[in-house]
Design a protein around this ligand. Structure first.
Ligand SMILES: [Zn+2]
Ligand SMILES: [Zn+2]
Length: 105
C-alpha cells in the first residue's frame, strides 16, 4: 500500500490509467514504479474492497435494492479488470446497512 507524500492518505490507482496512482484527498498524482502497484493489487478481492471503502463517501449513489434490509439506494463503483475480454464488475453497497454485493451483466 502506498501513501500520499503530502497528506498521508492512501493512494489509489487512477481509474483511467492504473499505472498512475492518485490521492483522493488532496489530488496528488504519482506514477507508480513499473508495475509495482499492479503487483500489490493482486491481493484478495476483499482487500480491494477495503481500500475502496476509504473513499466510500465520494462514491455515486444509484437505485438498487438491498437484499438484506430492503433499502432502495446503494453506493456503486466499478472494478475494472485488466484483460479486455473480462467485463468490469459493478459493486454496490447499501447506504443504510452497508451490505455489499456485486452484479454481473
Ligand atoms: Zn494527498
Ligand atoms: Zn441494506
Amino acid at each position: 500500500m502506498m501513501f500520499c507524500t503530502k497528506c498521508k492518505s492512501i493512494l489509489l490507482p487512477d481509474k483511467d490509467n492504473p499505472k498512475k496512482i492518485r490521492c483522493n484527498n488532496c489530488g496528488y498524482v504519482s506514477r507508480g514504479n513499473k508495475g509495482s502497484i499492479i503487483l500489490k493489487e493482486k491481493t484478495k478481492e476483499s482487500k480491494k474492497i477495503e481500500i475502496i471503502d476509504k473513499s466510500i463517501e465520494t462514491l455515486p449513489k444509484t437505485e438498487a435494492e438491498c437484499s438484506k434490509c430492503g433499502n432502495k439506494h446503494a453506493f456503486y463503483w466499478l472494478n475494472q479488470t485488466r484483460s479486455s475480454d473480462e467485463a468490469e464488475t459493478q459493486f454496490f453497497m447499501c447506504t443504510k446497512c452497508k451490505h455489499r454485493w456485486r452484479s454481473y451483466d
